[in-house]
Unconditional design. Sequence first.
Length: 271
Amino acid sequence: METRQATVRGVPMRWQEHGDGFPVVFVHGIPTGPALWRHVVPRVEGARCLAWEMVGYGDSIPAGRDRDLSVRRQADYLLAWLDELGIDSAVLAGHDLGGGVAQIAAVRRRSGCAGLLLTNAIAYDSWPIASVRALRASAPLTRRLPDAAVKPMLAALMYRGHDTTQQAKEALDVHWRPYARHGAARALAHQVRSLDVRDTLAIEDEMPRLDLPARVVWGAADPFQKVHYGERLAWDLGTELRRIEGGKHFVPEDHPERIAAAANELVEAVS
């Protein structure tokens, strides 16, 4: 994937892009970045794949300082970025926090969302998870920790959220790098302080009204985003839940072929 950047309404934004065709926009969660989709994008066919980096995450951590990083605000940033690129309609795909961003963006601009792909996404009152709530409560202390002390926190999330130790190690190596470059403690503290469940609760009544092509793919053994939330999302979106038995939270990294298959179906349906 090729890394690109632009300044959108005064905000520096970054994304990774690959391929040509109907746009598919991938949105990551916490504590990851566009590299979350590195095994998915090469499997998506006939599409212009754009893995957008949320403001204040990954190598956009510097751009997020002193800015609102809430899920609601990230949807604003995403829609402004799509306008900047002249993308009138796209399939939106989201994982974890990125799933919440995609839901809010779809509700706000139904005409711009040709299809919706959600995988182990936040929704309704499913979040923040207990470990993130603890980090948020201790954010003033967390931001003063040595950066090296933050890595074990992220490692704990990775090891709990991946199917195997090998997959967790590889993912930690990938996603730790931006934190190490840009000040892990301060960045993580700012990210978790911005999380507010009211952002998804505000749109829960709108989800059944979206009436768009959708796929919901879920690691059924996810310890963070429980599978019953996937079932509710699938019901509200008028689709069947695609369960990955034994799959945990980081499905785009552990089961990229399942995510790519769902994306390919949506691209075929809407293009």
